[in-house]
Write a protein that binds this ligand. Structure first.
Ligand SMILES: [Zn+2]
Ligand SMILES: [Zn+2]
Length: 380
């Protein structure tokens, strides 16, 4: 792990295709050896300097990377930095213990985590499954359940400031919700996520996340299931385990790791400081975690959010969430659970990345390379 922006030019894996000089994906040899061979064979495309695009094997989509644009001066929008909450208990917060919510229910005096059905959920369990198809106009009823999970009774904390033992209680709640919601009739997916920060549209600073159970696989889960299934069928291997092996061999995008999890910036990252948390062994979902993996996951979450906060010296905003195998009890040997962190900040606490123009109409685009961003997060 000695990479820096300066030396990132000469050691890059299989670059964007098509490149005539690149050998095939190294079938039959270990990813690290294949990667070394490719590095030698691809002197032309400098991934630290030249504009190029990178493929996301989980979705099949491409990200445009323009490292040379890092030299341009910033004249875009600057955001205000939101003040961190100072109250341990906010009488006006609908998530704090003992407070009354908008629907009249009173929160219990919970000591750790607290889960409840969202009073204004986007989905209802009783929605009709009826499908309407009129030529190209297709719609169908979508049932589901939206739950809210308070990470802590303390209004002023975030994952980054919580004790690791308390973050582990959050992990325990995710396990429990995955099992309970996932075993309900008519639930295909349990999506766990957190929106953090005003800049992400999060209206309440009380540390909390959400869990949505849906009758159908949401778009991202559908894409990732298809890609992982195809990879397993073609190679008899798990896509994200092969990917992790390649990343560990190279090291340049690894942020940190512990005994059970690796945190890295994906090769195809869209957001400037986007990361993934990947398990070292094959784990399809929260219900498959071993007891010693829960504190390790809590520790990875704690360290990652601390690093984010230190990066720009601000309570770092993000959308994060876990992708896991579809619900319903099937094994899903293709699936490797993982977390995505999508933070919107670009180059300081006040400069946000906007997904506009070419990004809305073409592909996402970034200037800072994932290798350079990973180095900064490693040093934070
Ligand atoms: Zn609160
Ligand atoms: Zn994913």
């Amino acid at each position: 792990m000695t990479s820096s922006e300066a030396d990132e030019s000469n050691r890059h894996p299989h670059g964007p295709t098509p490149l005539p000089s690149l050998p095939d994906k190294g079938r039959g040899e270990s990813p690290s050896r294949a990667a070394q061979a490719q590095t030698k064979a691809s002197p032309k495309l400098d991934l630290g300097e030249a504009s190029h695009r990178r493929k996301n094997p989980l979705t099949g989509e491409w990200t445009l990377v323009s490292p040379h644009r890092m030299r341009r001066p910033w004249q875009g929008k600057r955001e205000a930095v939101a003040a961190a909450p100072s109250l341990l208990h906010d009488p006006n917060c609908y998530l704090c213990p003992r407070n009354v919510r908008a629907n009249g229910a009173r929160n219990p005096d919970y000591p750790h985590t607290f889960v409840f059905d969202n009073d204004f959920g986007a989905l209802h369990p009783d929605a009709t499954p009826e499908r309407i198809e009129d030529g190209l106009l297709v719609a169908e009823g979508e049932s589901g359940l939206c739950r809210v999970l308070c990470f802590s009774p303390r209004h002023d904390l975030a994952l980054a400031q919580m004790e690791v033992a308390d973050v582990e209680r959050v992990v325990d709640a995710w396990v429990e919700e995955t099992i309970t919601l996932g075993s309900r009739e008519g639930v295909a997916s349990v999506q766990i996520f957190e929106n953090r920060g005003e800049i992400m549209g999060c209206s309440n600073s009380h540390p909390h996340g959400q869990i949505w159970a849906t009758r159908h696989l949401p778009n991202e889960l559908e894409k990732e299931t298809r890609s992982q299934t195809q990879y397993l069928l073609e190679r008899g291997r798990v896509l994200l385990l092969d990917y992790l092996e390649q990343e560990i061999a190279r090291g340049e995008r690894i942020v940190f790791s512990n005994a059970h999890f690796v945190v890295l910036m994906p090769f195809w990252a869209v957001w400037p400081f986007e990361t993934m948390i990947l398990p070292r062994r094959r784990i399809g979902g929260f219900d498959e975690l071993f007891p010693d993996e829960k504190p390790a996951l809590a520790s990875a979450l704690s360290e990652l959010t601390k690093r984010y906060d230190r990066l720009f010296d601000v309570s770092f905003p993000y959308s994060m969430g876990f992708h896991q195998k579809p619900a319903g009890g099937a094994v899903h040997a293709e699936w490797q659970m993982h977390a995505h962190f999508y933070p919107p900040l670009l180059r300081s606490a006040t400069v946000k990345k906007f997904m506009v123009g070419f990004e809305m109409l073409g592909s996402p685009q970034r200037d800072l390379t994932p290798e350079a961003a990973a180095a900064r997060l490693r040093e934070a």
